[in-house]
Design a protein around this ligand. Structure first.
Ligand code: AR6
Length: 177
C-alpha cells in the first residue's frame, strides 16, 4: 500500500528490512548501540562487522535520537540507528520519544542528502509498544515530515509480519491526507 504526500511516496511493505535497496535502512537499536536481537541482530548479521565497528566509535545514542553508520554489506549504503522507548504503560513520555526517534531519523537522512529510507516498526518488538498507537505515531510523523521535505522521495515502512502490516495499513487509511 502506498500514498503520495506532496512529492514523497510513503509505502508499506511486508518483508525483511535487510533486503531493502533504499539509501538507508533504519535500525531499531538500543542506547548502547550494542546490537541485540530482532531487527538489530538481523541488520548486523547481514551488514557485517563494519557497522558494529562504527557503532563502537560513536559509543551510544540517547532514547529518541538517531545516529548514522555505513551500511556495510547491505544494499543500502547507510544504516540509521534510532533508539525507540521501552513501553512502560504510556505515562513516561513514550509517545514523544517514539515520534522523536522517527523525526531524528528523517532529519538525519535529509542532512545526508538521501532520497529514500526504510523504517522497521521501531519499539514494536522487544520494547513492547502497542502496535496500533506506534503505527499511528510513526505514520503521522512521516506524513507531516513529507509535507515540508519534498527532497525525500520515498519513505518505506517494512513490516516483518502480516499482523504488523495490517495494523499499519489500517492506521494509514485513517490518516490519509
Ligand atoms: N526486518 C524488518 N522488521 C523486523 C526484522 C527484519 N529483519 N526483524 C524483526 N523485525 P525489535 P524494538 C520487526 O524487537 O522493539 C533489540 O534487541 C519485529 O517483528 O527488533 O525497538 C535491540 O538491540 C518488530 O515488529 O525492536 C534493542 O535492545 C520490529 O521489527 C531492542 O531489541 C521491532 O522489533 C529494541 O526493541
Amino acid at each position: 500500500m502506498k500514498i503520495t504526500v506532496n512529492q514523497t511516496v510513503i509505502e508499506l511493505d511486508c518483508g525483511d528490512i535487510t533486503e531493502e535497496t533504499t539509501d538507508a535502512v533504519v535500525n531499531a537499536a538500543n542506547s548502547r548501540l550494542a546490537g541485540g536481537a530482532g531487527v538489530d541482530g538481523a541488520i548486523h548479521r547481514a551488514g557485517g562487522p563494519a557497522i558494529m565497528a562504527e557503532c563502537r566509535k560513536i559509543g551510544g545514542c540517547p532514547t529518541g535520537e538517531a545516529v548514522i553508520t555505513t551500511g556495510g554489506n547491505l544494499k543500502s549504503r547507510w544504516v540509521i540507528h534510532a533508539v525507540g522507548p521501552v513501553y512502560r504503560g504510556g505515562g513516561r513520555g513514550e509517545a514523544g520519544l517514539l515520534v522523536s526517534a522517527y523525526q531524528n531519523s528523517l532529519n538525519l537522512a535529509c542532512k545526508k542528502g538521501l532520497a529514500s529510507l526504510s523504517f522497521p516498526a521501531i519499539s514494536c518488538g522487544a520494547y513492547g509498544y502497542p502496535l496500533g498507537e506506534a503505527a499511528s505515531l510513526a505514520l503521522s510523523t512521516c506524513v507531516t515530515f513529507a509535507q515540508s521535505h519534498p527532497e525525500l522521495r520515498l519513505i518505506r515502512h517494512v513490516l516483518f509480519d502480516r499482523q504488523t502490516y495490517d495494523v499499519f495499513a489500517q492506521e494509514l487509511k485513517k490518516i490519509m491526507p
